[in-house]
Structure formats: C-alpha cells, structure tokens
Design a protein. Structure first.
Lengths: 226, 487
C-alpha cells in the first residue's frame, strides 16, 4: 500500500482527506505544518507527498523546494483555484501535479494513482536507447547524460519517455496532459510548460537553444530532431 | 466633441459689440451733422435774404422800369452780396437783366417753384438748388415793393440773387469727413474692449466645458477655479458643488458594491475550507450508508449529495468573485477546436444522439481550454436541461477586420426562451421558471460563461431560432470570440 504524506494545516481537510485515503487502502501520515512535514519526509519515507500550498510557518512552495533538494518523491500540491501564482511557483519548485480543493476522495486518489503509476514499458523496446548525449533506460526508468545519471522527478521522466518514444512527433499540451498526467483534455497547460522548463534545465545544454525538447509554435512539443 | 457652430460665442459677442458701437457712432455723427449743417446753412440763408431785402429797399425805383434802370438796380445790388458774392437777376414784365455777364440774362437755376413762391410772398422766398454739375446754390427771390397804406404792394419787379454755397458745402463735407475719420478708428479701437469682454466670458465657459467633459469621462474629482463674484463665478461654484456631491455618492456606491463583493468572496472563501473536509469524506458516508437503517442511510445520502452541490455552488461563487475583482486570467493554449468540443462532450457523456455536431476539421484556436470547456459544458448542459434534445453545436470561423473570429452556436429543440426572460438570461441566480426554485446547476452557469467569453474578448448572446422547415425553433446561444485570444 502506498505511503502517503499529507501536509495540510486545516484539521478538517487533513482528517477528511486522510480518512478517505486510508479507507482506500493508503497508509497515510498527516502533518499540520511544513516543519513537521519535512521531519516526516525523512522519518516516514513516503512514496508520495500531498502538499497544501498555504501553510503557516514555512509555506508549501518552500517545503516543496526542500524536499526536492534531497528526494524525487512525487509531490502533488493541494491548492484553491485562483491561487494561480502559487500554482506556477509550486510547479517551478518541482511539484509534479496539483489538485484544486475542494475535491472528492475519488479524484484525489485517481490523481495519486496516476502520479504513482510507472509507465508500462513500450512494447518491443528494451534496453537503453541513445539520443544524442542522452541514454534512456525505459525498463529501469533512468536517464543518463554523458554517462551521468540525471535526477528527474516522476513527471519529468514520464514526459521525457513519452516524447522520446515517438521522436519528431508533435504532441499538443492537451494530449500530453491526457497521456502523461492522466488529466482531462481541458486541464492546465501550465503543468506541461513548467515540467518542460524543469526538464530542459536538466537535460539541455544551457549555452544553446533546446535540442531535445523542442517547442512547435502554435502546436506543442516534440522530441528532436537531433 | 460636437462641431462648433460657424458663428461661435466669441464671434457673436464681438459682432454685437461692434454693432452697438457702430450704431452709436453713426447716430451721433448723423445728429451732429444734421444740426451743424442746418445751422451753417440757416445762417448763410438768413444773412443773404436780409441783405437782399435791405439792398432792394435802399434802391430808388421809378416806375415803370425800363431796361436801363433795371440793369442799374441789378448791378448795384449785385455788387453787395453777403455773406458771399452773388449774381443778381432782375425781371420786370418782359424785361430781363443780370449783374454778371453770363451771356444769358436768365439764370438756369431759378425754378418755377421759386417764382411762384415769390409771387405770393411779398417778403421774398428762397430755395436751395444744385445745378447740372452738382454745385449747390442758394436762390433768393425778392419782389420790389412799396408801402401803400401800411401794406406792402408789389411793384412787379422781382430781383433774384443766386449765391453759390460751395463754402458751406465744403464745411459740411469737412464735417462728414471728420465723422468718418472719427468713427472708423473708434470702431477699430472698440474691438479691443470687445475682445476683452468676450475673453472674460469665454474663458470661464471654456473651462466649464472642459470640466464637464472630464466629468463625463469619469474623472469625478474635476473642479473649476472660481474667479470673481459674477454670474459665471456662481455657475462655477454650482458646478463644483454638483461635482462634489456626485463624486461623493459615486464613491459611496462603489464602496458599497465593493463591500458586497468582498463579502461574497469572503463568505465563499470561509465556506470552502470546511467544505473541502466534508467533501473528502462524503464517499465514506455513501459507502457505509447501505449498512445502516433506511432513515439514517437516506439522511446520510442527502448530506452527501447536498455537500457536493454546495461545493459546486461555492466554487462558482468564488469564480464569479474573481471576475468581479478582475483577478481572473487566461491560461492560453493552442487547441484543435473540433477536438476540444469533442472532448467536452465525451467527458460528460454527451457524445451520443442527444447532441449533434458540425465541426470543421483543422480549425486551431488560441484560448483557455478550461474556460472554453466550462462555457461549452454550460451551454450544452443548459440546452439539455431547459431546452430539449437534440442539441446542435455548430462551429465556424468568420473573418473580421481585427482578426479571424471563432463562432460557436449551440441550438436546442425546445420551445425557446420566453421574450421577457431573454434579457435576463445571463443574470446571476436568474430563474426562468419561478416554480422551479432549484435546478441542477448553481444558477451561475450562464453568468460564468458570459464572463469567461468576455475574458477571451468575445461576446455570448442568446436568441430564439426562427421556426424553420426542420421544426427547430429553440434557443440559440452564439459564442463569438477571437480565434486567437490576447493574454
């Protein structure tokens, strides 16, 4: 059963969400503050973090950054619609997805499962693929650049795997939201853009323009051509 | 700004001022001229008439006169003209004599009128005439008389004196000239006070017009500088007081409105947190309800269902509050319109025979996908709930000067919208049917749709389709927005 760490300051939401997830078989630990949450991240070693952005003390975005410094655990932000700025900052800080409160447990759980889901290996593709300086291991879900393993967050590696599975094919943001994030078609394209920025930061050569993840204006993104 | 009249206030003021000045100058000059002219002329006439009479009386006459004597009398009198030299003509029966050697013993400026007057006036008569060349003359006729029993009896001899009035004419001409020379510069000088007067009236008027324009543009803090204590200053003061009162009441209204909106936003915000907790556990209630007694189960299901509706309502209120606070922004993305419409229908399981679509291939638009989905879902949901299936969705593009437009029409097969309802269809919490107090939606769906479309720079309108041959006469909602929304 997945271990979920819930960091949420409001007791009713904390208890409600924890109760709902526990009943669905998750092992949930809840923290009321960012500090408590960071302590539990080390002690509990969660498989996923549900993180409220509006926290007293150190806020959600800072917690997100601190977690990302040491861990690639999937992070889902809990936000209210309208907190647009916080959503963008949270995504830049390394969060993989976000859920707008209030949300039913079914929705939260679906999102949790989507983030935790490891991409089934593309049939007929095994071993390590080489794209320029990148070595992508689809089975092991690892990516290396010039032989050095890259620390990619779950959403980043999923996006890279999806794009590189069909080099030079253009994917719209909506298609990527559906297939990588398992969101609805009309979801927030900023998820894709933020993830692409983070991914580029890790795999692209900063001296040149994007080589692996290319923007196709008016359409979306594609992998290559190299 | 309305175009100015061809004759503005300034022109009219100056014209009126000049007109008054001209009338004054002309009438003064005319009166003076008349008086002076008659004074000059009367004096000359009186002198001449009395001189002629005196001369005639001092001349000894022996009747009957002969040509020689008549000539002598004429010559004698002719030498003593006053105030100017004159020419004297004598007439006695058929005899004619003249003091000047003019060729003709009869003057051509003596008129029959004068002659007839002389015959009836023993004291003589005079007349002012001009000759062919326009030269003015004074002609005097004086009958020679003798006293008989105290009465003046005519001798039959008449002397006519013709005196040129050119000197008087010159004097009068000089007066006219002086009047002209005085009036023109006077009029020219009077332009200066006219301009000053016009300015002193026009400046406050111009200030006031500018201030009124500013006020109309919404700058309610506009005030006019009050100068002096005349009527215009009074008007300016009244204007300032009015503007002040207006500013105050508008500020109060805005404050009240902002308070109301803040209150709505605050209430929604406060409701959201407890709702989030409740919504997370409604499924627990739903799942466990089966094991409880029927009443408890019913109650729990009711709570669960209403919690869900409340959550939707609160979210919609928050959304409206963000529009009111202008805090709503667009997250634009490039989408295939046909695909976006298809996904909206598919997500809500409307992709069956209830909804038919006419979607052109390959139309790409730049819009906020979530908001577009909200608008379309509201329109189709509304059509299915309040109208009737089948609902038709038509998508097309239309060229426009400022860029191509995306036009989406959602038409249902219901009875249409009542005409009295149509203007309020986008109002918040508007219920077309008063009896149906609550519908499935929050009552904010169309209001939110309208705001979402406006955010894209578009319009959303409702109408009823004309009853066509295909039997369609239902409501038609038309969304018209730029194909590429500006962020």
């Amino acid at each position: 059963m997945p271990r979920v760490l819930l960091i949420e300051d409001d007791p009713s939401i904390r208890e409600g969400v924890a109760l709902g997830l526990r009943r669905r078989g998750h092992e949930v630990r809840a923290a009321g503050t960012g500090e408590e949450g960071l302590a539990l991240t080390d002690a509990f070693d969660p498989e996923l973090v549900l993180l409220d952005l509006m926290l007293p003390g150190i806020n959600g975005v800072q917690v997100c950054r601190r977690i990302r410094e040491t861990s690639l655990v999937p992070i889902i932000m809990l936000t209210a619609r309208g907190d647009d700025f916080d959503i963008v900052v949270g995504l830049e800080a390394g969060a993989d997805d976000y859920i707008v409160k209030p949300a039913r447990t079914a929705i939260i759980e679906a999102r949790v499962r989507a983030v935790l889901r490891r991409r089934p290996d593309t049939p007929g593709r095994h071993g390590v693929e080489h794209h320029g300086e990148l070595a992508i291991d689809r089975a092991g879900l690892t990516v290396a650049k010039n032989g050095e393993r890259l620390a990619l967050a779950p959403s980043e590696i999923k996006l890279l795997l999806h794009l590189s599975a069909a080099p030079e094919q253009v994917f719209s943001r909506q298609q990527l939201l559906e297939s990588v994030w398992e969101h609805s078609y009309h979801a927030d394209a900023r998820l894709v853009d933020a993830c692409v920025r983070r991914l580029r930061h890790k795999i692209e050569d900063p001296a040149h323009g994007p080589r692996y993840i290319q923007t196709v204006r008016g359409f979306g993104y594609r992998f290559g051509p190299l | 700004m309305p175009s100015r009249a061809p004759f503005g206030l300034r022109t009219r003021l100056i014209a009126a001022f000049l007109l008054v000045a001209a009338i004054c100058a002309v009438s003064t000059a005319a009166l003076t001229y008349r008086q002076a002219r008659s004074a000059v002329l009367t004096q000359s006439q009186d002198t001449a008439v009395s001189t002629l009479r005196d001369q005639l009386e001092t001349v000894a006459l022996t009747l009957p006169l002969d040509q020689r004597q008549l000539q002598r009398v004429v010559d004698e009198v002719g030498r003593r003209g006053k105030p100017h030299p004159w020419v004297v003509f004598g007439e006695y029966g058929t005899l004619r004599a003249s003091s000047a050697d003019l060729g003709s013993p009869v003057s051509d400026v003596l008129t029959d009128t004068l002659r007839s007057q002389v015959s009836t006036h023993p004291h003589g008569a005079f007349q002012r005439v001009t000759d062919d060349r326009g030269e003015p003359y004074l002609t005097i006729g004086m009958p020679a008389v003798f006293l008989h029993n105290g009465a003046r009896e005519a001798t039959g001899a008449v002397l006519y004196a013709v005196m040129p009035l050119s000197t008087e004419q010159q004097t009068v001409d000089a007066m006219v000239q002086a009047a002209k020379q005085g009036a023109v510069p006077g009029l020219a000088i009077s332009v200066v006070p006219a301009l000053l007067a016009a300015r002193s009236v026009l400046r406050p008027v111009r200030d006031m017009r500018r201030a009124a324009q500013n006020l109309g543009r919404g700058r309610l803090d506009t005030r006019i500088e009050v100068r002096g204590a005349d009527e215009l200053a009074g008007l300016a003061r009244t204007f300032n007081e009015t503007a002040g009162a207006l500013e105050e009441s508008v500020a109060e209204l805005r404050e009240a409105e902002a308070r109301a909106r803040r209150f709505a936003a605050d209430v929604s915000h406060e409701l959201r947190t407890p709702l989030a907790g409740m919504l997370a556990v409604t499924e627990v209630l739903d799942e466990d309800a089966e094991q409880l007694d029927p009443d408890t189960a019913k109650a729990l299901r009711l709570i669960s269902a209403e919690t869900g509706k409340l959550a939707v309502l609160v979210e919609d209120l928050m959304e409206i509050s963000r529009f009111d606070a202008r805090a709503a922004g667009l997250n634009l993305d490039d989408v295939d319109v046909a695909e976006a419409v298809g996904k909206t229908l598919q997500r809500r399981h409307w992709d069956d025979e209830r909804v038919s679509t006419d979607l052109p291939e390959g139309v790409r638009a730049r819009l906020d996908p979530r908001r577009f989905d909200v608008v379309l879902a509201n329109l189709v949901g509304n059509a299915l709930r309040h109208g009737a299936a089948p609902v038709r969705i038509g998508v097309r593009t239309a060229p426009a000067p400022e860029g191509e437009r995306l036009v989406v029409e959602v038409a249902d097969s219901g009875p249409g919208i009542a005409p009295e309802v149509l203007p309020h269809i986008f109002d918040r919490f508007f219920k077309a049917d008063a009896a149906r107090a609550r519908s499935a939606g929050s009552g904010l769906g169309l209001a939110i749709s309208l705001e979402n479309v406006r955010l894209h720079g578009g319009t959303l309108s409702a109408a009823n389709a004309a009853e066509g041959a295909d039997g369609f006469g239902g409501a038609v909602f038309t969304l018209d927005m730029p194909l590429e929304a500006a962020p």
